[in-house]
Write a protein that binds this ligand. Structure first.
Ligand code: DX5
Length: 228
């Protein structure tokens, strides 16, 4: 089983000091950094182009992943790999040919991951588990940080975990959750089977600082994950 990992979403950082935020997240003990890439079409928000991500690449050795909330992930994939993202997450809902898109990411030398929105069933990823290094179950509607965790996603998280386990892929395929994750929701998500937790506002709004936030969420998730 893959270990618990904390992946901060830069979406909640102070955009006027993104470089410092990346360094501070590194010092706070996160395992990787997630860039929420939005095109204003797949979701009603517009965020990071590849050049912004590339400008911070040399500041940390942490892995970068790009959560491509875009209508044309295949067309954009190469630019985000060149920018330094070692994993690209594409949405089932945005892919005409999901397998082809995942194979394209693999051919670029990056890890391929697939995301499903709250309204999309777990079965949508059943046929591509052999191609991915991670499944992302969204626990909010994509587009903005600071939303409320949708607890009713937990049975879907458990269903995806069962699908991974049924194919003996627990040691190769991660299960990530994204949206409304904090110390009070991490345990439910981890108990259901998530081992990678994306958090944005819960990290940046913790009055005791990033290190405290990261360690608190990790501790809550680890306790629950090992118990599940
Ligand atoms: C939604 C974004 C957010 C973000 C995390 O499209 O993907 O889920 O990463 O934001 P918080 O942790 O504030 O919900």
């Amino acid at each position: 089983m893959k270990p618990i990992q904390i992946a901060p979403s830069v979406l909640s950082a102070d955009f006027s000091r993104l470089g410092e935020a990346v360094c501070e997240l590194d010092s706070a003990g996160v395992d990787l950094i997630q860039w929420d890439v939005m095109d204003g079409q797949f979701v009603p928000n517009l965020t990071f182009g590849p050049d912004i991500i590339a400008s911070t690449r040399a500041l940390t050795k942490l892995p970068f992943e790009a959560h491509l909330m875009v209508l044309t992930p295949e067309a954009m994939a190469a630019r985000y790999v060149e920018a330094g993202c070692g994993r690209l997450i594409v949405h089932v809902e945005a892919c005409n040919d999901l397998r082809k898109t995942l194979e394209t990411i693999d051919s670029l030398g990056a890890k391929a991951a697939v995301a499903i929105n709250p309204e999309t069933s777990a079965s949508a990823v059943a046929d591509v588990l052999d191609l991915v290094d991670m499944v992302l179950v969204m626990t909010v509607r994509p587009g903005f940080g600071g939303q409320k965790y949708i607890q009713s996603m937990e049975p879907k998280i458990a269903e995806v975990r069962q699908m991974i386990a049924a194919r003996n892929l627990d040691d190769t395929v991660n299960l990530e959750v994204d949206g409304g994750i904090g110390v009070d929701t991490a345990s439910g998500a981890a108990k259901a089977g998530a081992n990678v937790l994306v958090a944005g506002s819960a990290l940046f709004r913790d009055p005791k600082g990033l290190t405290h936030a990261v360690s608190s969420i990790r501790a809550a998730a680890t306790r629950a994950f090992t118990a599940h």
